[in-house]
Design a protein around this ligand. Structure first.
Ligand SMILES: Nc1ncnc2c1ncn2[C@@H]1O[C@H](COP(=O)(O)OP(=O)(O)OP(=O)(O)O)[C@@H](O)[C@H]1O
Length: 247
C-alpha cells in the first residue's frame, strides 16, 4: 500500500523484502517556491550504512529531512519497514547557538519521544544518556552550555542526542565534517558498530573515502538521483567527474 504525502502519514512497508528499511518512489520535495528533489526513487537497505553523496546544493540534506519527517514531500510515496521512528542528526549549523541548554540537556532531549515531557527522567533514561555521551566522548562536557562548545564538540553532542533515541534508523547530515582526525575516526568506528548491532544508518557525506566504505550509496546531482547501489558501482571516476565538472 502506498500513501501520498501531505495527506496521510507515511505507511509501513507491507510485504516488502525484509532487507529494505525505507523505500521511496517519484518523490518531489523542496521549500516554498523552491523545488529541490525531483522524482526520486530508491531503496534504503536495512542493517547497512548508506552514504548520500553529491555536490553542494544537490539535495542531500533535503532528502534526509524528508526521510526524517521534518520536510514534507510535495508528491510521491515513502514507506518504512516496521521499526522505531527515525533519529535525525542535522548539520550542526542547523542548530541555534543561542539555545539556553547544557550539553547534557541537549542529549536528554533524545529521550523525549520515550517519555511524557512532564515525567522525570527514569534511571533507564539517565543510563541511556550517560552511555550515549560516553560513546561520543562528551561525558565531561555535560554541564557546559551548548552554545559555548566548539563546533566539533557540539557535533558530537548532537550525535549523542541521536543515539539516545535508540532508533534502529539513524539519519545523519555530514556527521564528521569539521571534526579533528581522532573524533572523525571515533565516529566512523561508532557508526560501523551501530550497523553491526542492528541499526540502519544513512549519512550525507562529502568524504568519498567514507562513502566508498559504506554498504550502499545514493548519488545526487541537482535534485535528481543519478546513481544507487554498491559504492564501487556508483562512485566511478566517470560518474564523479561528470557531476563535479566545473561550470
Ligand atoms: N530552508 C531552505 N529554504 C529554501 N531553499 C533551501 C533551504 N534549504 C536548502 N535550500 C536549497 O535547496 C537546495 C538543496 O539544498 P540541500 O541543503 O538539500 O543540499 P545539500 O546537498 O545538502 O548541500 P550541502 O552539501 O551544501 O550541504 C539548494 O539549492 C539550497 O539552496
Amino acid at each position: 500500500m502506498t500513501i501520498m504525502f501531505n495527506k496521510h502519514r507515511p505507511e509501513p512497508l507491507d510485504g516488502g523484502p525484509r532487507s529494505e528499511r525505507v523505500r521511496f518512489s517519484d518523490l518531489d520535495a523542496g521549500y516554498p517556491g523552491r523545488p529541490v528533489l525531483r522524482q526520486l526513487s530508491a531503496r534504503i537497505p536495512a542493517l547497512t550504512m548508506t552514504a548520500l553523496v553529491g555536490p553542494n546544493g544537490s539535495g542531500k540534506s533535503t532528502l534526509l529531512g524528508v526521510l526524517a519527517g521534518v520536510i514534507d514531500a510535495t508528491s510521491g510515496q515513502l514507506q518504512y519497514a516496521e521499526g522505531r521512528p527515525p533519529a535525525f542528526v542535522p548539520q550542526r549549523g542547523a542548530v541555534g547557538d543561542a539555545l539556553p541548554l547544557t550539553a547534557r540537556q541537549t542529549v536528554e532531549m533524545g529521550r523525549w519521544g520515550e517519555r511524557r515531557l512532564w515525567r522525570r527522567p527514569t534511571r533507564q533514561d539517565r543510563a541511556v544518556v550517560d552511555s550515549a555521551m560516553e560513546r561520543l566522548g562528551v561525558a565531561g562536557l555535560g554541564a557546559r552550555q551548548l552554545g559555548e562548545l566548539s563546533g566539533g564538540q557540539r557535533q558530537r553532542v548532537l550525535i549523542a542526542q541521536g543515539l539516545a533515541q535508540q532508533s534502529d534508523l539513524l539519519l545523519l547530515d555530514e556527521p564528521t565534517t569539521g571534526l579533528d582526525p581522532e573524533a572523525r575516526e571515533r565516529i566512523t568506528a561508532l557508526l560501523a558498530e551501530l550497523v553491526a548491532d542492528g541499526t540502519t544508518v544513512v549519512q550525507a557525506t562529502h568524504d568519498l573515502e567514507a562513502a566508498r566504505s559504506a554498504g550502499a550509496c545514493l548519488l545526487l546531482s541537482d535534485g535528481r538521483l543519478v546513481g544507487q547501489g554498491p559504492p564501487e558501482r556508483v562512485l566511478t571516476p566517470e560518474a564523479l567527474s561528470r557531476i563535479w565538472q566545473p561550470g
